[in-house]
Design a protein around this ligand. Structure first.
Ligand code: HPA
Length: 248
């Protein structure tokens, strides 16, 4: 099965993937991505903020990205994401497998086809099979992780302490700016999708000092080798483990 990795802040095409740049035109715009080879099998790498990290969350062309993956024949996507913690017991470096989301975005194109009424079921937003593979491989690597609910804000600013408090009261565990509409478009496209989030900071108010983007990148860099070890184990399973879920 063809697999793609969507890399968030601080995640680069590691030499593991041996990447070659390419681009694809979609009805929503052009997408630059990378062809990688992993043990002889193709893996697509798509840096969400582009290679130079110049695209802010609210300007990412999510429709073009997911449509490109669909057109490339990708069936399973593992996304990575940097997030802020909404709970004091999730320190920087914690790994969270997203299992639910709360959508607080405001002005994003949420569907491929806006001429048709389409109401998709979202009882299970993230692919249970990819989640299971991630859980098993994280445990084998002795890397602690937990499942959690992701709150997506519009960004690009960070939250106020009042927002962090509200999101936590609503049941959110972590906050970020990019998972919507990435996950919802993946479901619409019939692609299995899961996201491994890395906590890079406490949310505003839990953390008393001002939050800086450099801090986010520092924590992601510190976690890069763990992520690489995990990808080495997970990618072959995503390529070959049988598919029985209902994502497609
Ligand atoms: N808020 C929103 N997005 C983020 C954060 C945060 O605290 N940290 C990393 N991405």
């Amino acid at each position: 099965m063809k697999v793609a990795i969507i890399g968030g802040s601080g995640v680069k095409d590691s030499d593991l993937l041996k990447t070659k740049a390419a681009s694809l035109e979609t009805p929503f715009g052009e997408v630059t991505f990378y062809h990688g080879l992993f043990r002889g099998e193709e893996v697509i790498f798509l840096p969400r903020h582009n290679k130079e990290h110049t695209l802010p969350p609210h300007l990412i062309n999510y429709r073009a990205n997911i449509r490109a993956l669909k057109d490339l024949g990708v069936k399973r996507v593992l996304a990575t994401s940097a997030v802020g913690a909404l709970r004091a017991d999730l320190p920087p470096g914690s790994l969270v497998l997203l299992n639910q989301f709360l959508d607080f975005t405001k002005r994003r194109a949420l569907s491929f086809d806006e001429t048709e009424v389409k109401h998709l079921d979202f009882s299970e937003p993230y692919c249970p099979e990819i989640l299971q593979i991630l859980k098993e491989e994280l445990a084998l690597l002795n890397l602690e992780s937990q499942e959690g609910c992701y709150v997506c804000t519009e960004g690009p600013r960070y939250e106020t302490p009042a927002e962090v408090k509200m999101f936590a009261q609503l049941g959110g565990d972590v906050v970020g700016m990019t998972n919507i509409p990435e996950v919802t478009l993946a479901k619409e496209a019939g692609i299995c999708y899961a996201c491994l989030a890395t906590v890079t900071n406490f949310g505003a108010g839990i953390q008393k000092k001002p939050l800086k983007h450099e801090e986010v990148i520092e924590v992601m860099n510190a976690n890069a080798s763990n992520l690489r070890r995990l990808l080495e184990k997970v990618i072959p399973r995503l390529q070959t483990d049988p598919h029985k879920c209902t994502c497609f």
